[in-house]
Write a protein that binds this ligand. Structure first.
Ligand SMILES: C[S@@+](CC[C@H](N)C(=O)[O-])C[C@H]1O[C@@H](n2cnc3c(N)ncnc32)[C@H](O)[C@@H]1O
Length: 406
């Protein structure tokens, strides 16, 4: 089934323009695609060596889904590595990592890059683990399904290998330099699995390889956060806290608002390492306090998110209490150094103060929420937009005095 086709477009792909390999392309040229590979299933490798000023990109997806990439343009500021504020170093116990070389302030942009590889999660998700362990399953049938799944995995891994081979040489070198998962027997997937970011594009999940930021190690209390802009295929990394020169820049690989045991288990299961970050290294009595605070943030979030809380389990004073509940939530996030999660605390606090008609507290929290939401989800995210508006003129918003009037 492996038969490399000529640089042809798949049928019914008229909005896309084939790119001739090696043709110089400006950063604003729409992404063109050449069909590199056909297989017995629906997944194809599309590649554009001229994408983003010659950085290139290979995408493994279906002919239907590739249509959404037809209008994608990488911004001209993307993939600028001319004066990075970090250097790569060996980090004891973690492989390589990135260390700040100058003071970074909260909000500073550290990366804005386009992926070099995008793999459709439908083919590479590894999901669909049918639970076949129960009663009298026909063993042969199960075996047959397993063999079929294995063959499919092999085929998809060959597609991934082909996608890599279609990248410009410099990007291929970056790919092969990535950290490889130990003990594997598939050189390509062993590099994709531990390094790919899960990205949402047009409502579907893709795994994206961004080799430069893939050097960022995990910390349960990270000092940087990433967000993906699907319109420009750009993933940005911003400082979440001030970062001193010499300090390692970190992101979180999991949802950090979990107990220590849950975090350790999630990291062990998916990345195979034992986290030794400051939060995971607390003595037991302080770990218990930290776990309790994290559990409390869950309870308070639930309480504050309730649309009709005034009739809920906390009685009719609920609306009046919301500002204090929100303040307690924000305080817990700060104490836990969960700066990315804190964005929702500030959003909920701003809304609660708005409903109570408290102008200055609305303003204070709306400003904090607008910035935090922009770092968390991008400046165009619904929370960031709502909070920027609220910070401008609280009295003009629908929430203003809502709790007082009702
Ligand atoms: C995306 S890579 C990060 C960069 C990697 N350290 C390298 O050398 O290229 C993910 C891998 O880095 C290692 N890693 C990341 N964070 C770590 C941590 N906090 N402790 C130990 N190992 C970590 C694990 O091997 C993990 O699978």
């Amino acid at each position: 089934y492996l038969q490399i086709a000529k640089e042809l477009l798949p049928p019914a792909q008229t909005p896309l323009h084939p790119l001739v390999l090696g043709e110089p392309v400006s950063p604003l040229t729409p992404l063109g695609c050449g069909l590199a590979q056909n297989t017995s299933d629906d997944f194809l490798v599309y590649h554009s060596p001229g994408f983003a000023g010659g950085r290139g990109i290979s995408i493994v997806t279906t002919p239907a889904r590739i249509q959404r990439f037809a209008k994608v343009r990488a911004p001209s500021y993307a993939n600028d590595f001319s004066s990075p504020p970090y250097e790569e170093r060996a980090m004891p116990g973690k492989g390589r990592g990135l260390v700040a070389t100058k003071t970074l302030h909260r909000g500073d942009r550290i990366f804005a890059d386009t992926p070099i590889l995008l793999l459709d999660a439908e083919a590479f998700g590894g999901g669909d683990d049918d639970d076949d362990d129960d009663d009298n399953q026909d063993d042969k049938e199960v075996e047959g399904v397993e063999v079929e799944e294995e063959q499919e995995d092999d085929m998809h891994s060959e597609l991934a290998a082909l996608a890599v081979s279609k990248l410009p040489p410099a990007m291929q070198r970056q790919f092969w330099n990535l950290h490889a998962q130990a003990g594997g027997d598939d050189a390509v997937m062993d590099r994709i699995d531990p390094n790919a970011f899960e990205l949402q594009i047009g409502g579907d999940t893709f795994f994206g390889v961004l080799p430069e930021m893939a050097r960022l190690n995990h910390d349960c209390r990270p000092n940087a956060v990433y967000s993906f802009d699907e319109a420009t295929l750009t993933q940005r990394v911003h400082a979440l806290t001030d970062i001193a020169p010499g300090e390692e820049i970190s992101i979180t690989y999991i949802s950090p608002a979990q107990s220590r045991a849950e975090r350790l288990e999630a990291l062990r299961a998916s990345w195979g390492f034992e986290c030794s970050c400051s939060a995971c290294s607390l003595p037991p009595e302080l770990t218990a306090l930290s776990d309790r605070r994290v559990a409390e943030t869950d309870r308070l979030l639930e309480r504050l998110r309730g649309e009709h809380g005034e009739h809920g389990e906390h009685g009719e004073d609920e609306q009046k209490q919301k500002p204090q509940v929100a303040e307690a939530l924000v305080s817990l996030f700060r104490q836990e150094r969960l700066w990315a999660d804190a964005h929702e605390g500030w959003v909920l606090a701003a809304r609660a103060y708005c409903a109570a008609g408290n102008y200055w507290d609305t303003l204070r929290h709306a400003h904090l929420a607008a910035e935090a939401s922009a770092l968390w989800g991008g400046a165009g995210s619904p929370d960031a937009v709502e909070m920027a508006r609220l910070a401008e003129a609280p009295e003009g918003e629908a929430c203003w005095m809502k709790a007082v009037k009702s």
